[in-house]
Ligand binder design. Structure first.
Ligand code: NAD
Ligand code: UDP
Length: 317
């Protein structure tokens, strides 16, 4: 019985996006029935093409800002554009997606008494003054800046999750995802990893914003998905928020150099203005994740993960 893994009906919102499509893959591999819901704002059918004829996979075009009536046992709520240029394209819709989307998915979970996981973000810490960031840090976030539609939307979604938990005894899990990269990232999403790789593969200038001394900590998608699924399967007293990400920190200059080396590119660095509210530093404290996720830690180092990602993008240039 210890290895007994009953088939569950699992809803993945944002399932045709970068992270969602990898999550669908893994859940199907584990033998579950997967319902992927997406409005294809930033996701694409190509990401889940290989699953479309799978007997345990179903795709539904739907916008989570509208109510959804389906029958499932678990919900992973990932629907939301994640890259700054995408979430700033229609900021009002971004906040609606996080807030109305959370209300609709929590309402669905409440009716079904289903367990629900929220894909929150390191952006809830804003431009952090505490480094690395533990879950106990409340953040330093601008309410009225160009990143606020995303940051504050995600913060409000966390609030809703915890109020549904306290008020309706809903089984919730909240993960705070730090910068994650890998195959199926959108090549034009403006995020640093996709930008640098595409620029390097085309021998174009590599665009460093600011002086490149700002830092991020990059997690390869496989490590992230493992942590997300483990979080969903924790005992009911574990609600999170739990930071998940890779705690090894790089400056953007270091990242650019690594990408140039791995692609053997002739690209040169150019320096562009730093966008407003761009966080100066970011690194997860993953002590809690290690403790509650059965000693989970990321295994794929940046050079190895970038090599796999470069391989994926090189088929597009
Ligand atoms: P993505 O843009 O590739 O995926 C988001 C998906 O949500 C897309 O398929 C998009 O079409 C869909 N979507 C957007 N609005 C929707 C709506 N109103 N209704 C239904 N579907 C909608 O981004 P991603 O990197 O895969 O991110 C997935 C989730 O993880 C997001 O919630 C994001 O905030 C969170 N996250 C990601 C990262 C990261 O580094 N990738 C970091 C922190 C948090
Ligand atoms: N960045 C950069 N050049 C680019 C794209 C991004 O220097 O072409 C920087 C950006 O200013 C930020 C970091 O890389 O400091 C990470 O940006 P990304 O949009 O990937 O993620 P986020 O800022 O949301 O962590």
């Amino acid at each position: 019985m210890r290895n007994y893994n009953p088939t569950k009906r699992i809803l993945v919102t944002g399932g045709s996006g970068f992270l969602g499509s990898h999550l669908c893959d893994r859940l199907i591999e584990q033998g579950h029935d997967v319902l992927c819901v997406d409005n294809f704002f930033t996701g694409t059918k190509r990401n889940i093409e290989h699953l479309l004829h799978h007997p345990r996979f179903e795709l539904m075009r739907h916008d989570v800002t509208f109510p959804l009536f389906v029958e499932v046992d678990e919900i992973y709520n990932l629907a939301c554009p994640a890259s700054p240029i995408h979430y700033q394209h229609d900021p009002v819709q971004t906040t609606k997606t996080s807030v109305h989307g959370a209300i609709n998915m929590l309402g669905l979970a409440k009716r079904l008494r289903a367990k629900i996981l929220q894909a929150s973000t390191s952006e809830v810490y804003g431009d952090p003054e505490v480094h690395p960031q533990p879950e106990s840090y409340w953040g330093k976030v601008n309410t009225i800046g160009i990143r606020s539609c995303y940051d504050e939307g995600k913060r409000c979604a966390e609030t809703l999750f915890f109020d549904y938990h306290r008020q309706h005894q809903l089984r919730i899990k909240v993960v705070r995802i730090f910068n994650t990269y890998g195959p199926r990232m959108h090549p034009n999403d403006g995020r640093v990893v996709s930008n640098f790789i595409m620029q390097a593969l085309r021998n174009e200038d590599i665009t460093i914003y600011g002086d490149g001394s700002q830092s991020r900590s990059f997690c390869y998608v496989d490590d992230l998905i493992e942590a997300m699924i483990r979080t969903m399967n924790t005992s009911s007293d574990v609600t999170g928020p739990v930071n998940i990400g890779n705690p090894v920190e790089f400056t953007m200059l270091q990242l650019a150099q690594l990408v140039i080396d791995l692609t053997d590119s002739n690209s040169k660095l150019i320096f562009n203005p730093l966008p407003s509210d761009d966080p100066k530093q970011r690194r997860p404290d993953i002590s809690l994740a290690k403790q509650v996720l059965d000693d989970w830690k990321p295994h794929i180092e940046l050079a190895e993960g970038l090599t796999k990602t470069i391989d994926y993008f090189s088929k597009m240039v």
